[in-house]
Design a protein around this ligand. Structure first.
Ligand code: ZN
Ligand code: ZN
Length: 492
C-alpha cells in the first residue's frame, strides 16, 4: 500500500500534464471535488454498514470482507488522484491555467490535494467500523480508542511523516537547486546538464535522509524514553553491542500499535522508536531483544543495502522495460529529475503509468525477498542481545552478564526473543500464519528460531551465511545492470 501511494505521489508531481476532458479551471475544481465526495460517500456507507453489522452480533462476521473493502477504498484513493489529474485536467489546470509551476511547494500541495483529501475521507468514513474492530479485538485493554478527529489526525501524522513530507522535501530541494540563477550555475547547467541535474537530485536525497529521522520523531507523537531502570538497561545493551544512536523514543499511539523501528542511515540523527503498547506488554529483557533486532539491522548494513538495492532494481527494471518498449527513457529521466517533457498526450501518460506499475512489481519481488532474509538476520541479532553466551544455560535467573557483540547465542536468549515475537503478534491481532511482504509470517520466523535453538544446544555458536542471499542479490543486480549497459542498453 505504502509503495503504491509513493508511486502515485511521484507521478502526481510530474512537471507536465495532458489536457483531459475538462478544460475550464472552475469545472476542473468542481468535478475533482465531486470525485472526492463520491469516494467519501462510499467509505462512509461502508463504515456505517460494518459498524451496524458488528454492533448486533457479538462476533466479527465478514472481517475478511471488511479488510477487502478497506483495501479497495485505498485503491480508490489512488484512482481518484489519477482521474482528477488526467481526466479532469487537475494537473494541467494547476500547472498551466493557473501558472503555478514556478512556485515552490504551492503547486505540489495543490496537485496532491485530491489524494490527501480522499485519504482523510476514507479514514473519517471508516472510523465507526475501525472503533468496533479495535474494541472487540482488545477487550482486556482499557485505553479508549481515539475520537473520530483524533483518529484521522493520528493516521494523517503517521502517513505524512513517511510518505508525503519526504517527497515534498525532495521536490523542494530539487526545485530550489534548478532555480539557482547565478551566472556560474547557468554556465554549469548549459555545459553539463546531466551532471547538474544528477548532482541536485543526489543532494536532495541526502537532505531527505538526513532530515527524515529528525522529522519523523517530531511529526509522530514521540517523546524521549524517561530515565529509569528500562532506559539504563537499553543503554547498556547499545553499549554492549557497539551501537551509536541519538535517542530512544516512546511513540504514543493510545496503545494501538505494537511496533519498534530504527530510523537513520547515519549514526546521527538516528532514533530507536518503541510504541507505547510494546513498552507496556513486553518484559524488559524482551525489549532488550527487540532493541537487538533493530541494532542488527544497523550493524549488518541493512539500511544502505535497501537503498542500494532499490536504486539498482529500479535501473535494472528500466533497462529490462526499455528492451520491450524502446523510447521510454526520456520520460523516466523527466520523471526523476522532474524536467518538463512532451507528455502532452494522455495515452503516453497512461503508458508511463503502466510501465511504472510493472517496475513496481519488479522492485516489490526483489525487495521483499531480500527484506525477509534481512529480518531473519536481525532476529538472530535480537536473540544475541538477550543471550548470555553460555550455550548450555537453562535460564537467566541468577544475574548473568549478557553476551557481547561477537559472542555466541544461548537457548534462553532465543526463547526470550520468540516470546517477544509472539506477544507482538497477539497485541496486533495478527494471525501467526499471516504472511507479510517484508517480514514473512510469524510462524515461519519462530520455526526458524526453534531450529536454531536446537543447533545452539548442539554447539553451534552463530549461524553463518545468513547475509549471503541478500548481498548476492545485490551483486547479481549490479552485474546485470553493468552487463546490459555494456551491451548498449544504458538508461541515460
Ligand atoms: Zn526488522
Ligand atoms: Zn543464557
Amino acid at each position: 500500500m505504502q509503495i503504491l501511494l509513493l508511486l502515485t505521489i511521484i507521478l502526481a508531481l510530474l512537471p507536465t500534464f495532458p489536457i483531459g476532458l475538462v478544460t475550464d479551471g472552475r469545472w476542473s475544481v468542481v468535478c475533482t471535488a465531486a470525485t472526492v465526495a463520491a469516494l467519501f460517500l462510499v467509505a462512509w456507507m461502508a463504515g456505517k454498514l460494518f459498524a451496524h453489522l458488528w454492533n448486533r452480533t457479538w462476533y466479527l462476521r465478514g472481517l475478511r470482507c471488511y479488510r477487502l473493502v478497506r483495501a479497495g477504498l485505498f485503491v480508490g484513493v489512488v484512482l481518484v488522484e489519477f482521474i482528477s489529474l488526467i481526466l479532469l485536467s487537475w494537473g494541467y489546470v494547476v500547472r498551466r491555467v493557473w501558472g503555478l509551476g514556478t512556485w515552490i511547494l504551492l503547486d505540489e500541495i495543490l496537485l496532491l490535494s485530491p489524494l490527501m483529501l480522499s485519504l482523510v475521507a476514507v479514514w473519517w468514513g471508516l472510523y465507526p467500523a475501525e472503533k468496533i474492530l479495535h474494541d472487540s479485538l482488545r477487550r482486556r485493554d482499557s485505553t479508549p480508542f481515539w475520537s473520530r478527529t483524533g483518529y484521522v489526525i493520528f493516521q494523517a501524522r503517521t502517513h505524512s511523516a513517511i510518505l508525503i513530507l519526504p517527497m515534498l522535501l525532495y521536490v523542494t530541494v530539487q526545485e530550489m537547486g534548478s532555480q539557482l540563477d547565478s551566472a556560474l550555475m547557468e554556465q554549469f547547467r548549459q555545459w553539463l546538464p546531466f551532471y547538474y541535474f544528477t548532482g541536485i537530485s543526489v543532494l536532495a536525497v541526502l537532505v531527505v535522509l538526513l532530515i527524515l529521522p529528525w522529522m519523523l520523531v517530531r511529526i509522530w507523537q514521540t517523546e524521549s524514553l524517561p530515565q529509569g531502570e528500562l532506559r539504563d538497561l537499553l543503554e547498556s545493551t547499545a553499549r554492549r553491542l557497539g551501537f551509536r544512536y541519538t535517542d530512544f523514543r516512546v511513540w504514543h499511539t493510545q496503545n494501538n500499535i505494537a511496533n519498534a523501528l530504527v530510523t537513520g542511515i547515519l549514526p546521527w540523527p538516528r532514533y530507536v522508536v518503541f510504541s507505547d503498547s510494546l513498552l507496556q506488554a513486553l518484559s524488559s529483557y524482551e525489549l532488550v531483544a527487540v532493541l537487538g533486532h533493530e541494532i542488527g539491522h544497523v550493524r549488518r548494513w541493512h539500511l544502505p543495502l535497501y537503498v542500494g538495492l532499490c536504486m539498482l532494481a529500479a535501473v535494472s527494471g528500466v533497462q529490462l522495460l526499455s528492451l520491450r518498449w524502446p523510447g521510454l527513457e526520456p520520460y523516466l529521466v523527466a520523471l526523476l529529475y522532474r524536467l518538463p517533457s512532451d507528455l502532452a498526450d494522455w495515452r503516453q501518460w497512461l503508458h508511463l503509468a503502466f510501465s511504472m506499475t510493472v517496475l513496481w512489481g519488479y522492485i516489490w519481488l526483489i525487495f521483499g525477498y531480500v527484506s525477509r532474509h534481512c529480518e531473519r538476520e536481525a532476529d538472530v541479532y535480537g536473540c544475541l542481545a538477550a543471550s548470555c553466551g553460555n550455550a548450555q544455560c537453562s535460564d537467566h535467573r541468577e544475574n548473568r552478564s549478557l553476551a557481547k557483540s561477537g559472542d555466541s547465542l544461548c537457548p534462553t536468549g532465543i526463547r526470550i526473543f520468540i516470546s517477544a515475537l509472539e506477544k507482538v503478534a497477539d497485541i496486533n491481532g495478527l494471525p501467526r500464519t499471516q504472511w507479510s511482504w517484508r517480514h514473512g509470517s510469524i510462524a515461519r520466523r519462530i520455526a526458524y528460531l526453534e531450529k536454531l535453538q536446537r543447533r545452539v544446544a548442539q554447539g553451534c555458536r552463530w549461524p553463518r551465511w545468513l547475509w549471503l542471499p541478500s548481498w548476492t542479490t545485490l551483486i547479481l543486480l549490479a552485474l546485470s545492470v553493468g552487463g546490459l549497459s555494456y551491451l548498449g542498453i544504458s538508461v541515460f
